[in-house]
Design a binder for this molecule. Structure first.
Ligand code: NZQ
Ligand code: ZN
Length: 397
């Protein structure tokens, strides 16, 4: 196990009815005038908006609203939010929704206290040096942004879907608090529930497939989370109001990405890097893109550490270990993962993503090259432009 620091300063208020604590939590973390950010309207239909605004009013916190954040959030709304925070003197940002809304809130928070363009943090021109505090009320178990130090925005100028660079400075964007009420996720369409499950599993796999030896506890935490998601996601899809399944998914999504699963070892992140090009090109759901990319990445790299993939097959999917030919077991695990994604209604090939075509692969690789330190990436197996193209060709079945 490598040395590590673990910093997860977010307060989590978990469970049915917790939104009534929103106003009090904003006050506790110093907020007196808030910017409430949300998406296309689901929060108005499932009661989250009413509960949160009632709590803010009860706590005497005035608020302005920035709505219409779309999935794969764009820079335009960030600039709008930065302008509002500055003009109206707002001192707290409250995100009500999923990863897209939360990431917009994080970017507005960083941008509002910086004299230049918020995109400088993404392009590597400037280091993050502060933020307006951010709190979240989560409505979808998926991206894990409610506890993470990541923030992913697509800049409309160049269609660049980039995240802030991994560094200690990125910890500044971790939310002050996150309210996780599984009830709000009961209104999710089955497709979004499935996308969320895939994304959480990917966050764990990006950390599980590592070359660092002797991280037994972290390995087992990863496996427990993966098994829980494999068990709970079909239940939540069959009965959207299954509170126990929704609760497991919600907490698993947070643990999958606050780095509990990543400490003490080198992490990979190749599948995410490749997927971000898919969602930039075709505006697909991030989880759907990952369902296509991750099994293809696994097929490309598994010979690098056959026993690791065999263990994944045995521990997560209950495959029988073939000691004579562990490659068989490893392949079976990848097959089972792909079948699991299919059983959730996820795409697993490029052509199932609307608009996607193999002819775009060179363009996606070229687009990736525009990113600072774009190549190589991947902590488990190094991926250069050729390897990225080959993995993408592997999705064209
Ligand atoms: O806009 P509304 O109407 O709210 O609808 C949303 C949206 O269409 C809907 N939704 C959310 N909660 C709902 C609901 N519909 C009904 N009932 C509810 N309770 O779901 C759709 C997707 O929402 P979105 O916020 O985009 O989902 P997700 O949480 O998957 O976030 C995806 C974004 O996060 C980024 C992804 O790349 C993508 O841009 N990521 C962020 C990460 C981070 N900051 O740590 C890590 C991830 O790896 C990921 O890259
Ligand atoms: Zn993800």
């Amino acid at each position: 196990m490598d040395n590590f620091t673990f910093y997860s300063p977010t307060l989590f208020a978990f469970g049915d009815g917790q939104a009534k604590t929103t106003g009090g939590l904003v006050r506790r973390f110093g907020g007196t005038k808030a910017l409430l950010i949300y998406g296309g309207g689901s929060v108005k239909r499932n009661g989250a908006y009413d509960a949160v605004t009632a709590s803010l009013k009860e706590a005497g916190i005035p608020f302005s609203e920035l709505s219409g954040i779309q999935a794969n959030p764009r820079s335009g709304k960030v600039y709008e939010g930065v302008g509002m925070v500055r003009k109206e003197g707002l001192d707290f940002i409250l995100a009500l929704g999923g990863g897209s809304v939360i990431d917009t809130a994080k970017a507005v928070g960083m941008g509002a206290v910086y004299d230049g363009d918020f995109w400088d943090f993404f392009s590597g021109k400037a280091e993050i040096n502060g933020t307006v505090p951010v709190g979240t009320v989560l409505t979808i178990s998926a991206a894990g942004s409610e506890g993470s130090n990541s923030c992913v925005i697509t800049h409309e100028n160049g269609n660049l879907k980039w995240s802030i660079p991994k560094s200690e400075k990125a910890d500044i964007v971790r939310p002050k608090f996150s309210i996780l009420d599984p009830r709000y996720t009961c209104s999710l369409p089955a497709y979004q529930t499935a996308c969320g499950a895939v994304d959480m599993m990917a966050h764990i796999c990006e950390r599980y497939f590592s070359n660092t030896p002797d991280v037994a506890l972290t390995d087992r935490i990863c496996e427990a989370l993966l098994k829980t998601i494999v068990d709970a996601a079909p239940k939540a899809m069959e009965d959207p109001n299954d509170y126990a399944a929704r609760a497991d998914l919600m907490w698993a999504g947070m643990l999958a990405h606050n780095n509990s699963c990543g400490v003490g070892r080198v992490q990979d992140w190749a599948s995410h890097q490749i997927e971000h090009e898919l969602s930039a090109f075709y505006d697909c759901a991030h989880g759907a893109g990952l369902a296509v990319v991750m099994p293809a990445w696994m097929e490309f790299v598994f010979t690098h550490d056959v026993m690791r993939f065999a263990r994944f097959a045995v521990e997560v999917f209950g495959c029988e270990m073939n000691y004579a030919e562990p490659e068989d077991t490893a392949r079976q695990g990848i097959r089972r993962l792909r079948e699991f994604f299919r059983s959730l209604g996820m795409p697993t090939t490029l052509k199932e993503i609307e608009g996607a075509k193999a002819e775009d692969i060179p363009k996606m690789v070229a687009h990736r090259k525009e990113k600072p330190n774009g190549f190589p990436f991947g902590g488990f197996v190094k991926i250069g432009p050729e390897e990225m193209a080959e993995i993408l060709r592997g999705t064209d079945q």
